[in-house]
Ligand binder design. Structure first.
Ligand code: ZN
Length: 210
């Protein structure tokens, strides 16, 4: 009976896998030793192996994405199952990736949330364009920048409130302005057509124009 070159145990031939390259036609290592070597190799070089896989992905990105999209469209049920399984097995990673993206794109998240909220109120017209959404996103981005550079909170305000008492405005780019949060809260959805300068008055009163 052959002896394994790793564990030096005398084993039955069937416990060795076939190997065309070896003289005997069988591997010099028993199945058990081969398998534990493979596991050890994976463990030892996991970062290297990941790097190789990632490099392959980068070099073939377009092709891989195209293939994936095609497969997903053809197998929607399976794709959904895969996604759920992936999420179940990588909850923490998914959460971190998601919140990192949200943090870096908070203006987009705000614009999306506002869009959702305002369409709930039916204040986003059907003719909203991509350019309009882009300008709205930019407004939320500007509010974020001003907040971090001035130390006071800035918000995106609807000049004509989405749900005003007398008049309701639309969630469109030319109905928004970036204003200090305190000002926005004072305005409190009260646009008065009799006193259209009321907002300006709040600004003067709070000393924002000093
Ligand atoms: Zn062995």
């Amino acid at each position: 009976m052959p002896i394994c070159s790793v564990c030096s145990i005398d084993k039955e031939q069937s416990l060795f896998s076939r190997d065309k390259k070896s003289k005997t036609g069988y591997s010099y290592r028993c199945r058990e030793c081969r398998s534990s070597y493979g596991k050890q190799y994976q463990k030892q070089y996991s970062s290297k192996l990941k790097e190789i896989a990632h490099q392959y992905y980068l070099e073939n990105r377009e092709r891989i994405i195209e293939k994936t999209v095609t497969w997903r469209t053809e197998n929607p049920e399976k794709a959904k199952k895969h996604l759920v399984t992936y999420y179940e097995n990588n909850k923490e990673e998914c959460y971190i990736r998601n919140s990192t993206w949200k943090k870096a794109n908070s203006h987009k998240v705000c614009a999306q949330t506002q869009k959702r909220n305002s369409s709930k109120m039916n204040r986003t017209p059907s003719w909203t364009t991509d350019v309009d959404l882009f300008i709205l996103e930019e407004a939320y981005h500007l509010a974020k920048l001003r907040t971090s550079s001035t130390g006071i909170e800035w918000q995106v305000d609807h000049i004509f409130p989405l749900q005003g008492k007398l008049v309701s405005g639309l969630h469109i780019s030319n109905n928004v302005q970036v204003v200090p949060a305190v000002w926005n809260q004072k305005k409190n959805n009260s646009f008065d057509p009799m006193y259209p300068d009321k907002q300006f008055y709040f600004g003067v009163q709070d000393g924002f124009f000093d």
